[in-house]
Ligand binder design. Sequence first.
Ligand code: HEC
Length: 321
Amino acid sequence: MRRYLGLCLLLLLPTLACRRPVAEPQPPGGAAEAPAVSPEKVELAGLHNVLRVSDRLYSGSSPEGDTGFASLQKLGVKTVISVDGAKPDVERARQFGLRYVHLPIGYDGVPREQALKIARAVRDLPGPVYLHCHHGKHRAPAATAVVQLCLDDRCSIANALATMQTAGTSPHYTGLYAAPGEFRRPSKLELDRTPADFPEIAKVSGLIEVMIEIEHRWDHLKLVRAAGWKAPPTHPDIDPAHEALQLAEHYHEMARRPDVQDRPEDFRRWTTASEKGAKLLETALRVRPAPDAKQAELGYKQAATACTQCHAKYRDVPRKP
Ligand code: HEC
């Protein structure tokens, strides 16, 4: 009977392993430590949506200025991996003794080659490692989930998905949510053979570069809207109408790109609709003595709808095999 109980306990252990801290996990990838805890949320200045996955791995948002990088330094982080398309702030990171690695992914899934590179970087580069995307809610948790599957063979697909749920990854990102389930775990050999090619700044497509600019303007316009169509008190330097003008210009530039002109009709229509929305917003924000809030809202909504519709059809769906 005692032997039987012992066996039961042994069988139960692997399921518990992902939920409890384990003193000395032995990952298949061969590192001394591995992600083997259930992720916990952590509050840190200048960082958002931070999850502590293990002693070695954190997931979260891109660090905000010196405050964000100082929090990482205090945490003892040595390597920062960005999985979004924005150009990492390599210089600032260096001032805080941090090394950047840029391994971007899209919202359509985690391509195997990139997943293995990210896992190898987490396994082999000086830790702890902070893995981030822009908001820390979608792409970084998806990449983290796949890294857990690579480096901890006790971590089930359900555990990996739980990481994404804890981070608040939106169920709307079907491509990202499909990633852990479709992922085939690599052998140690496959991981060892993955090129240890870890750029500080990766090359991204021209469209992604435009999108990053658009996102930047859009983040500012969200603050402007929340402040009643005025310069936000936290960012008095923002010129609302100028932000809208720049947004319109980015869309104009986007529409002229050959790779956008080759896209289907609805894609081009959403690009044009966004530009029109941004122009309407700009005109409304230039009205004196006070901006025309009703027209501003109309222009803003028109641009927002185009973002959502275009992404839902062309960005967020699972990647084609
Ligand atoms: C007409 C289509 C379209 C519109 C409109 C559009 N996007 Fe995009 N966006 C895309 C596509 C396609 C991608 C994926 C590009 C890729 O990965 O190659 C993308 C990617 C992005 C990315 C990810 C960049 C990265 O880090 O990889 C962000 C952020 C983004 N868009 C923000 C926005 C915002 C904010 C708006 C609206 C204000 C918007 N986009 C409007 C098509 C669009």
